[in-house]
Ligand binder design. Structure first.
Ligand SMILES: [Zn+2]
Length: 444
């Protein structure tokens, strides 16, 4: 239906009836359009090519004769999900040193495409890939955009910008030495066409370096996404004007220091700067101990889809003892403090976004996004509509593409998912979406 353009005119008696076979109609679903209002029962969504043509109900919007009808009765229909923090170059293997040494040559052609396809089939129609080799990121984004391989609309950072790369990671971690170097490297990324700058370990940089990163990125109209593992990363990020923070903190401190919260509140009060975004990537803390005791999510073969057999075997082997992974040694301690920090961020007026760190050890692309939503709603008490908007409307606004994405509205791209049952009552129904449409094309 994307490329087919078939207009058939039929004569019915004396009257001329136009039959438009380009139109796809989603009929009868309960629509959660992303704007935050009450869901609309018995909805009709008309899709014409890549875009949404009209949205209404059975009472207000007739389905054109000849349209392809998709029966959505009994389904919740909502905008395609966004995941604001994924790593398509990772597939859940537990050992970064081994992964970074063994697989870079296979990132672009095998690993990143498999990750992208898994995300899309999980209902993620847009994703922000934060940290991967530049050329591979550009090429994978382009191949998805051209329809050569399945995947979410991808927004990429290319390499991390940091003080110094960890040995062996220079291809996707660029160290900077001085403000001029910082400016040059950000310029190089911007001119190559990245969508966002990922800044980490900024508490190890000089103020001049951080300022250079942020001002150069903003000169190219690129947002800066920064780690917030340590209070100084937050303090410096705010001081130099980063646009978004990631994670809730490596430290096991029970809460954010008062001066950090005050600075965040001061920032969120500056309406002219727009919302201050934060992507807590918090699910792992709450599920870790359960997952170790009940590793069914590792047995789920969905994460193996499209992954070459030798890599599957290697990942499985690396996760044989899920409770022994060094990466998660202090996770149980961090888990105890993360709910309080999440509440502090909510209270300080941050605009929280769904992002997952998908691809890190034991976290798989076919599962990450719905799990984050599940924890927000069922452990952190977030209203389901708010959680859904943190994965649809707000991500599109934050990436400044809300004219085309983020809600189910006439004129926007038809990125739509549907799932049997009521997602506002049972958010984790999203673990098994029944329908995925991206840019008007049904992919599931
Ligand atoms: Zn990450």
């Amino acid at each position: 239906m994307q490329t087919r353009r078939l207009l058939v005119t039929l004569f019915a008696g004396a009257s001329l009836v136009s039959v438009d076979a380009r139109i796809t109609a989603l009929v009868g679903g309960r629509l959660i359009d992303g704007w935050g209002g009450a869901p609309v029962n018995n909805s009709i969504i008309l899709i014409d090519g890549e875009r949404i043509k009209a949205v209404g109900t059975a009472d207000t919007l007739p389905v054109p004769a000849g349209a392809e009808v998709i029966d959505c009765r009994g389904l919740s229909v909502l905008p395609g999900l966004w995941d604001m923090h994924v790593h398509t170059m990772l597939l859940g293997h537990s050992d970064y040193t081994h992964w970074d040494k063994t697989y870079p040559a296979r990132f672009e052609k095998e690993i990143m495409p498999a990750a992208a396809a898994q995300l899309l089939h999980a209902g993620v129609t847009s994703a922000v890939d934060l940290g991967a080799p530049l050329t591979a990121s550009l090429n994978v984004r382009a191949r998805i955009a051209q329809g050569e391989i399945p995947g979410p609309t991808l927004y990429i950072s290319g390499p991390f910008i940091q003080h110094e790369p960890y040995p062996g990671t220079e291809d996707f971690r660029w160290g900077i030495k001085g403000a001029a170097d910082a400016r040059a490297k950000v310029k190089q990324l911007a001119e190559a066409g990245v969508d966002v700058i990922k800044l980490i370990d900024q508490d190890q940089m000089t103020g001049e370096e951080i300022e250079a990163v942020v001002t150069e990125a903003h000169a190219h109209k690129l947002p800066v996404v920064a780690h917030a593992h340590r209070p100084d990363e937050i303090r410096l990020g705010l001081k130099y004007g980063v646009d978004r923070f990631e994670h809730t903190g490596l430290a096991t401190a029970p809460e954010y220091p008062a001066d950090v919260i005050a600075a965040l509140q001061e920032r969120t009060a500056k309406m002219a700067l727009g919302p201050m975004y934060w992507c807590p990537t918090i699910e792992g803390f709450f599920n870790y101990e359960y997952n170790v005791a009940n590793p069914m999510h590792i047995e789920d073969t969905g994460w193996q889809a499209g992954v070459p057999a030798d890599i599957v075997a290697d990942i499985k082997q690396s996760l044989k003892n899920p409770g022994w992974l060094a990466y998660y040694q202090i996770t149980p301690l961090r888990a105890k403090t993360s709910a309080a920090k999440f509440a502090q961020l909510q209270k300080a007026g941050l605009t929280l976004l769904i992002g997952t760190d998908s691809g890190i050890p034991m976290k798989f692309h076919n599962q990450s996004t719905w799990r984050e939503l599940d924890i927000w709603v069922n452990k952190l008490g977030v209203d389901p509509m708010t959680a859904i908007r943190a994965a649809t409307y707000w991500p599109a606004v934050s990436m400044k593409v809300d004219a085309d994405y983020g809600t189910i509205s006439a004129g926007k791209y038809a990125d739509i998912i549907a799932v049997k049952g009521d997602v506002l009552r049972y958010i984790n129904l999203l673990q098994r979406v029944d329908l995925v449409i991206k840019h008007g094309r049904r992919v599931k």
